[in-house]
Design a protein around this ligand. Structure first.
Ligand code: GLC
Length: 716
């Protein structure tokens, strides 16, 4: 194959990106264009078998999914063929699911949100980008910023919780972490849009979302990510109100392109184009390809329909060539912008050395510490220094993989310390630590209850590690209930019956039903799936080396029967509990934002700089928080608004600002919020138009609340 023309404009880095895109596009054949829209998984390929699998991996293919074992040699060999064996030498772009870490695994995104620390999200994404790039990844299919409405949906673990504002902040931090640094890795906002409303929490299902809810809850994190410069977006699996997200022109073109001005590329989710047939929107593969491309999907992931059908669709006039050109231009633009033409190779370096660098493990441990939420504590925690007989029980006491959670395929469970190992290291010398699983996570046997109960009887405190295996949350991991699986609940009750104080530790990707064990628990700590250093972080929290500071970024239901339950519900037409279930409590097990500390924080009343604010003005709200206890700690102040009377009803509470700070014992600190009505008080109508109107606003933070009025203009 003769080398590409080195003098061509598209090969000159000094040329403007648009000029390079136009020049290259003009040189491409239809087949070459279509191959740029074709993405294949590398799967079990390797550098040695590529020659036999030439049809699967043509040098003209535009992108690959590297979700197999890390193999830099394979990635660079596929790139060599793209750059040296294709007519125009267009480099391929290599994507992978780097969701919460690559080789160093950080807490799952739901846990990250509970740390209320955007800087940590950004640092963790940056660390993940550095490790991923060192293994050949140019593009991560993250952050996932879906809005989950039912935690029985397995992918709740991948979300940044239930507050659209929080998801917007953390999603933005992740985009910047991935993209803004060297090496840069292109981010991908997913799954656009509405996937988190999967009916009944069943994955891949229909999503019935009102336009008002779509604009209020599902779209803001995507818009924030676009504003942050995300290079790519992934269309979702879900059937969105009858038009699947992967063929939804209103979302993919009207909203994404026309309203938000997004000029990056859209990739479908895996096989989502082909799934349009099963969903009933396409009678055959050609129609599926035609509808996805027409709606705005640029790259077809995995099912090969674009490669199979687009040439015929163009020559038959069913698809305008201009639409293909637009899609190809978007792909080329991303490749030019991330520097792939100048730097097609990812070079092995120290980062590819195993195991992960200590600096990243320390970051993972810091993040895991801050994501731990202390849900209940009768005083048994932190473990008293004099405790010398501890029973460590439960099926997750010695688990490694469960601590990593889902989408941790590049991490190494075998290198992940268990809770038992971390406690053995952390507890004072001479402490006896008796370890008994008692049961499996999902097994039906109670045969080992007795040894666990006996261990508890001989101990001064029992730490009972319950929850989920890694694969019980994530994709295609929907559950009909939030109950603890298997015999875990019975084990807990049996251990609690001994009368020994029981600290329940939850290793989980979602909220779990605790109603029957909460009364007997002396303390409840949710460690989530905290990643490579989850166990050490948990041991720090249990022994008091760190003071838990996490707060729930998701409402914790008493049971699945309460769903939907969230902090941002609309009021019912009648007061108090009128209309609520008559056969059980209305309040969730734990409210959004719940989280205890080993110290006590007191809140002053909210101080407002004025009783009114003009629509174009600003208003400062502040309050003083005091660490009234004898231990240092960190406190996150969550600021909510309520608009009690508006042209469209408003939720009972909308999170609009948050701030986390460390306070030494006895220290007082002012937390402030500069309210800007257009940014903080406007709300969307059913077509996404911002509405900002005069009227009263209630602002709340912790136990404090205050009212002010938005006025049309500065009063005379
Ligand atoms: C999966 C997931 C998506 C992921 C993609 C590539 O089916 O839905 O989140 O990025 O395929 O692995």
């Amino acid at each position: 194959m003769p080398p590409p023309d080195a003098t061509a404009a598209y090969r000159r880095a000094e040329e403007p990106v648009e000029a390079r895109v136009c020049d290259l596009l003009a040189r491409m054949t239809l087949a070459e264009k279509i191959d740029q829209l074709h993405q294949v998984g590398v799967g079990d390929a390797n550098p040695n078998n590529l020659s036999e699998r030439r049809e699967e991996f043509q040098p003209t293919f535009g992108s690959y999914v590297l979700n197999g074992a890390p193999d830099l040699a394979l990635r660079n060999e596929l790139q060599r063929r793209a750059v040296e064996e294709s007519r125009l030498g267009i480099p391929a772009i290599f994507g992978a699911d780097v969701i919460h870490g690559y080789r160093t695994i950080f807490p799952i995104p739901l846990a990250q949100a509970c740390a209320w620390n955007p800087a940590l999200v950004r640092r963790a994404s940056r660390a993940a980008a550095e490790e991923a790039a060192a293994h050949g990844v140019d593009w991560t299919f993250a952050p996932m910023v879906d809005h989950c409405v039912d935690p029985r949906w397995g992918r709740v673990c991948e979300t940044f919780g239930e507050a659209p504002f929080a998801s917007s902040v953390f999603g933005t931090a992740a985009v910047c972490g991935f993209q803004d640094g060297e090496p840069s890795v292109a981010a991908c906002l997913k799954h656009f849009a509405g996937y988190g409303a999967s009916e009944g929490g069943r994955d891949y299902s229909y999503t019935d979302i009102s336009p008002q809810r779509l604009w209020e809850a599902h779209l803001p994190p995507f818009e924030a990510g676009i504003r942050a410069g995300a290079s790519t977006v992934m269309s979702g699996f879900n059937d969105l109100n009858g038009i699947p997200a992967t063929a939804n022109a209103y979302m993919l073109t009207e909203v994404l392109r026309t309203r938000w001005g997004f000029d990056g590329l859209v990739v479908s989710d895996s096989n989502a184009v082909q799934q349009l047939m099963r969903q009933g929107l396409a009678g055959d593969e050609a129609e599926a390809a035609q509808k996805a491309l027409a709606a705005g999907v640029d790259i077809d992931m995995a099912d090969g329909l674009y490669r199979a059908a687009l040439a015929g669709l163009v020559t038959s006039g069913r698809v305008p060539l201009a639409r293909v050109d637009t899609a190809v231009a978007r792909v080329l633009r991303v490749k030019f912008e991330i520097g792939l033409f100048e730097h097609p190779w990812r070079l092995a370096n120290a980062l590819t050395a195993q195991p992960p660098a200590p600096v990243r493990l320390e970051l993972a441990e810091e993040f895991a510490r801050e994501s731990i939420v202390l849900l209940k504590n009768t005083g048994v925690l932190p473990l008293a220094g004099g405790v010398r007989r501890v029973a460590l029980l439960g099926p997750l006491a010695e688990s490694r993989g469960a601590l990593l959670g889902s989408w941790a395929m590049f991490g190494r469970a075998d290198e992940t310390p268990t809770i038992a190992e971390a406690l053995r290291e952390e507890l004072p010398a001479g402490t006896t630590l008796r370890i008994e699983a008692g049961c499996d996570v999902a097994g039906t046997s109670a045969a080992n209850f007795e040894v666990a109960v006996a261990a508890a009887r001989d101990a001064e405190v029992a730490i009972l590690c319950l929850g989920e295996e890694a694969e019980m949350s994530g994709e295609n991991a929907s559950r009909s209930t939030l109950r603890l699986a298997g015999k875990q609940e019975e084990l807990a009750l049996a251990v609690m019956a001994t009368g020994v104080p029981v600290v329940v530790v939850l290793v989980t990707g979602r909220p779990l039903e605790l109603g029957r064990i909460e009364p007997g628990a002396a303390a409840i700590v949710v460690a989530w799936q905290g990643g490579s250093r989850a166990a050490a972080a948990l041991a720090d929290a249990l022994t008091g080396r760190c003071n838990p500071s996490g707060r729930l970024a998701i409402t914790w239901p008493r049971s699945a029967e309460q769903i939907p339950v969230a902090h941002h519900v609309r009021p019912r037409a009648r007061p108090d509990d009128a209309g609520a279930y008559r056969d059980g409590p209305t309040a969730p097990q734990y409210e959004f934002g719940h989280g205890l500390s080993y110290t006590t924080f007191t809140y002053s009343s909210i101080r407002l700089a004025s009783a009114t604010v003009a629509i174009g003005g600003r208003l400062r709200a502040e309050l003083t928080v005091t660490n009234a206890g004898d231990r240092d700690g960190s406190e996150t102040v969550l600021w909510f608004i309520r608009d009690p009377a508006a042209s469209i009803t408003r939720p009972l509470a909308e999170l609009k600002h948050f701030e986390k700070a460390a306070l030494c014992a006895g220290e007082s600190r002012v937390y402030g919020w500069e309210i800007e009505p257009a940014r903080d008080l406007a709300f969307p109508d059913a077509d996404g138009r911002a509405v900002l109107e005069p009227g009263e606003i209630v602002v709340r933070a912790g136990p404090s609340a205050a009212r002010f009025a938005v006025v049309a203009a500065n009063p005379i």
